[in-house]
Design a protein around this ligand. Sequence first.
Ligand code: ZN
Ligand code: ZN
Length: 811
Amino acid sequence: MFADVILPLPLSNTFTYAVPTKMRDKIGKGYRVIVPFGKRKYYTAVVAAIHEKKPKTVETKEIYALIDHHPIVNEYQLKLWEWISFYYLSSLGDVYKAATPAKLRMESETCVELKNTEENDFPLTPTEKKITTYLQDKGEAKIAELEKNLKIKNVFSHIYRLTEKGIITTYETIERKYKPKTEKIISLNPEIDQKNIPELIGRAKKQKALYEQIISLLSQKNTPYISREEILKETKTSPAVLNGLIEKNILRQFSKEVSRIASEVEASRKPFPLSEHQQQAFDEICNGFADKNTCLLHGVTSSGKTEIYIHLIEKMLQEGKQTLYLVPEIALTTQLTQRLQAVFGNKLGIYHSKINDNERTEIWHKMLSDNPYEIIIGVRSSLFLPFARLGLIIVDEEHESSYKQQQIAPRYHARDTAIVLAHLMGAKTLLGSATPAIESFYNAKKGKYALATLTKRFEEVLMPKIIIENTKELRRKKKMKSILSPNLIDHIQQALDNEEQVILFRNRRGFAPRIECKLCAWTPKCRHCDVTLTYHKYRNELVCHYCNRAYPKPEECPACHEKSLEFIGQGTEQVEEEVSRLFPGTKVARMDTDTTHGKNAYERIISDFQNKKIRILVGTQMVSKGLDFDNVSVVGIIAADSLLNYPDFRSHERGFQLMMQASGRAGRRNKRGTVIIQTTQPELPIYRFIVENDYEGFYNMQLAERKIFKYPPFYRLISIELKDKNEQRAEAASHYFADMLRSLLQDNILLGPNKPVISKIRSYHIREILLKTENNLSASFIRKCIRQTEQRMREKREFRYVVLNYDVDPV
Ligand SMILES: [Zn+2]
Ligand SMILES: [Zn+2]
């Protein structure tokens, strides 16, 4: 018997191992096993298939150990992993790693142990002394631990020398990383007769007092046991007294597994009744699901989509099915979780990257148990949880690009993957947005998805009035005396006079996006990236936004040695400074990645704004996203041009979505809000569609352009990136790759290799190849050609280590 297993390594295939006789009736698909791989290394692998076909290769290794008594990954998950690996051109191992909490994948880690401490004559270096002292203390340690706790660089070489000197020894361990959390529990010893207790306690007065207190605690709580911690806290007795009673065998102490994730949240309300418009949309969705698997809910901002979702979740509960509620960012879970918990209590589980790995592991186990969460709210990785009875996936703000994993493989799109998962499990997918992605709206128009529409804001709040300010003209007439136009300044002043709040949006953080020498045009660039540096005033540093390296700000121009450096453009820091200058005494806050670093920093800003402690909030796109505030009457969008003027076929779509979403923050129950957009190009058609709140008009214009220029939804894109520290090699490899792929694919459109706008990041030179394929071309044919090209390239020695990344359906 053989098992094909998935290893947590970037390998494109599964590996086959022999199943030892003793495991044969215990092993199955989705079970975890420990297997040897490479030199003395062990990994936790997941069984993908069991069969009797003996591999043709020389020797098949045996599985070392079986971990589970039941599958830890279900059939649907394995199928989803395979699809992601195929479609997004990623290795199965990378999908496995992205999909599971790290604690489910124990790995062998080298352990170090002290061998000989007394009699060695070798003089030790200070570093070696540090290591041996640490080991004397701890007995043993892992290499990673030494590196971390002793802050020793290249600790391997020191360990190697200590091993040679015969002072330490190393071995491989397999450690079960996930440990259930336990608690010490105290109960009375039922084998001891009550009558004998006074005699056992004797003259120990404190023990006698404690014993009586414990009896009364137990009867008060009407429970057979109580936690040790609670006893000590309630009785304020020292542990020694309690230990005395345990030693005398009067009390018993044992360990009990407790949950890290248990919450005592009680549901406190029923779903609110839906308004007439909401009810209509709800019915449209239900009717849509009767014959389509996916439905798009196009509802303007503040139309009350969440309450519709709540009713759909309630419906799923009644049918005994689970719901997955996806949000694009952790930040949005905070506001939503409270709303959902109020209705669903502890049926709701939360899953995102800020909860720690132990908790993630516990949630995973709970989902496999007989009592799983009925509803999960989370970011894209919650797609990977082991659902058993999934009925509905809600993809809220489906147009958000943060649904796409960008940096590391698998570069999957959570919205598109959700649709595939729902299909595998016989569930439905609801996409919701005020500004749907062009692709999603196209699918709805074509009848691939059902479409439900909500055009009225909740409680008849009016859509905001949108004013386009021509800053070029204002500047020509010398009326722009600030970053903010006179009209925007007036509106802010009025809002402040009326005790209302203001949001100002600028999509660039820092103080000035660039500095430049007035005399010789010198401008500072990052040494590792092909990027100009942004000036951050509060740190007084120049920062590269691609690799985060910081540089001191020069006092004079290094090229012509004049004090002639000036700031070009304005970032959020400068807007904040300007607003504070214009409205002295007003509480202003800034929200961008620089101010939301710390734990809860984001939540603090949001709650201060909600509680009206902050009057004006300045921020990047963070302020535009799905947050609900009820006292904002003015939204200002500064330098809207910068949203549109970058070379990407989606720049106008993104700009439209951002401006519409930001506008959506304006408006109050009894008053129409105002949005002021500052631009130097007011003639662009996009602004007309924004002013008229005309999504469909904008969509039609975009669609016509996409058709002419061969972009999605008419064509599918795969972006291929090749990187190397040696520029010639990157160039040569990308030409080799492009030529080979071109010859295999023939008619399809392959662009490049090109030098991208930012052609060097973190010292790697980048080349890009863009593949545009017609929709009807087989996905597996395209992928076969790409894989074949990759293989040929790797056969060339000089290209073996060139970094190669695929981005399917890039956003
Ligand atoms: Zn200069
Ligand atoms: Zn850089």
